[in-house]
Design a protein. Structure first.
Length: 535
């Protein structure tokens, strides 16, 4: 044995070893591997059994529903790739026997994948080639065996020859090699379903997909705010859609900056400068309430709207604690119900100058931060420990005797009133929010009228512009000469002053001389310069 005989051995299997020695993929004849036989009764384009057979001049059979859209889109033969027109197709007439199989109408032989089949172009009738050869070619009878139409030898189309099966090789079809096809409407609808692209899935994947489709709820498109920005609600900042669409593919592209729209409530609350006044009529008397609409606008608007809509009418005060407060505003009477005029709850509004100081303070009841709804309470004395927890939005300005009568009603161990105190009616005397809305509406109408006037009457603006231009023309300086310095007169400055004084202020000459400022005399110095010659 020679030395170093294993020196060239690798510690791994090479590509050649994998492919030739250890059961890898062998390089065999690809034509033999890829040969796939198409049955004679199948369409060469859809590869499915045909219903309305048509054939080309070279005997390739297609179904009418498949070949027409393909020719409209590509204009070539799906099998060979050569140019082909729809008018060159020949309609075929296949005959069936009692069992529903295709056969020759003359010899009654059933067609198989090994039968020699031919057709006559004029009639489209399909026969066994043996019948055409014996009864037409050899007998020189060039008439159709069924219809009697005359034809020539060139009109005989061979549909299937057992000795030449190349045209039935699916792997050599042009549309298969080039992956050219026309999707039907059913396929287009099927491709919209994500399951169309899942060829094979295991049981775990199927369970996950079932759970996903069961719990999945498509995102509902929210109705975008269609309001347009005007001088009242246009913000000094943009919506940010341009930047968002540039950095995120989930946002619709936007190329124009648009100012953001300020909420209408903010615009309205800025114009509220008054107090609101409401009267609650109970079975114990009336309560006149003053609302701090200029300080806690949202809370006051909620209370006023609920009073105006009759939400509190018929409700009871469900909780009362002596020397503390009485609570109401819940339609259910349990202390757990109620909602705001907008539905749900809204945020707190705490102001340092609004505190629970004194008797008759009107404040919002809640179950935690930012959970204000419709319930409110009125204090019987100062409750400074509630500051920063409950929003103070009003006070009792009339009916303190009624409040005292309400405090005297006895309660049980759960602070429930033994005698019902019912709100019989609510009357709104002053609603500053309606006034603010009317003011905003008037401003918008005025701006709209100005815009329409600017669009419809450009002549008025042109007149104003012409008048201003003519005024400027009149104020132009006088021209004394041409060339450089044409606006400078040749008079001396003293003459200009005298002329201007005489023309502009003639009364100055009649004024006494004492009004004129006397010129200062130059003081002569006694000292003279010396050249030091006397030294």
């Amino acid at each position: 044995m020679g030395k170093r005989q294993h020196q060239s051995d690798k510690m791994y299997l090479t590509t050649k070893e994998w492919s030739q020695f250890y059961g890898g993929k062998k390089s065999e004849d690809r034509n033999k591997i890829q040969f796939k036989r198409l049955p004679f009764d199948h369409c060469s384009l859809s590869l499915q059994p045909f219903e309305h057979p048509y054939c080309s001049r070279d005997g390739v059979i297609f179904d009418l529903a498949s070949i027409v859209p393909f020719l409209k889109k590509y204009g070539v033969n799906p099998a060979t790739g050569e140019k082909m027109e729809a008018k060159s197709l020949v309609k075929l007439t296949f005959h069936k026997n009692a069992s529903g199989k295709y056969h020759c109408p003359v010899t009654f032989k059933v067609f198989t994948n090994n039968s020699h089949i031919a057709a006559v172009r004029q009639s489209g009738n399909v026969y066994a080639y043996d019948a055409v050869e014996e009864l037409n070619i050899k007998a020189k009878n060039w008439t159709d065996l069924i219809t009697g139409e005359s034809f020539t030898r060139k009109d005989i189309i061979v549909l299937q020859d057992p000795g030449k099966l190349d045209k039935f090789n699916i792997s050599k079809f042009y549309h298969v090699q080039q992956n050219v096809k026309v999707d039907s409407e059913a396929e287009k609808r099927a491709k919209k379903d994500p399951k169309y692209f899942l060829n094979s899935t295991n049981s775990e994947t199927e369970d996950i997909l079932k759970e996903f489709y069961r719990d999945y709820k498509p995102e509902q498109k929210k109705n975008e705010d269609q309001r347009k920005a005007d001088k009242l609600n246009a913000a000094h900042y943009s919506t940010g859609r341009v930047a968002a669409s540039f950095t995120s593919t989930a946002v619709e592209p936007a190329t124009e900056h648009a100012p953001d729209i300020i909420d209408e409530d903010i615009i309205k609350y800025e114009r509220v400068k008054k107090k609101g006044y409401v009267r609650l009529v109970t079975n114990k008397g009336t309560l006149n309430l003053e609302l701090h609409c200029d300080k806690v606008a949202k809370t006051c608007e909620n209370f006023i709207k609920l009073c105006s809509s009759g939400y509190y009418k018929g409700t009871k005060f469900h909780r009362s604690i002596k020397n503390f407060m009485i609570q109401g505003g819940d339609p259910t009477g349990t202390g757990k119900g109620g909602e705001s005029c907008w539905g749900g709850s809204f945020a707190d509004e705490f102001k340092p100058n609004l505190t629970h100081s004194g008797r008759g303070v009107l404040s919002m009841a809640n179950s935690g931060p930012n959970t204000n709804k419709s319930q409110f309470f009125i204090t019987f004395r100062s409750c400074t420990h509630l500051d920063g927890k409950h929003t103070v939005f009003g006070r009792v300005v009339g009916g303190l005797d009624t409040l005292s009568a309400m405090e005297k009603v006895e309660t049980d161990k759960k602070d429930r009133l033994k005698e019902d105190i019912i709100i019989e009616n609510c009357m709104v005397f002053v609603n500053p929010f309606e006034e603010a809305e009317e003011e905003i509406a008037k401003e918008r109408e005025r701006m709209k009228a100005e815009e329409e006037l600017a669009k419809a009457g450009p002549s008025t603006s042109a007149r104003k512009q012409n008048s201003s231009v003519s005024a400027n023309m009149e104020e132009r300086p006088t021209v004394f000469r041409s060339g450089i310095g044409k606006y400078i007169s040749g008079k001396k400055p003293s003459d200009i002053l005298s002329s201007s004084s005489s023309s502009k202020r003639p009364a100055d000459a009649e004024e006494p001389a004492q009004n004129t400022v006397p010129q200062k005399k130059k003081v002569k110095s006694s000292l003279a310069l010396s050249d030091f010659s006397a030294w």
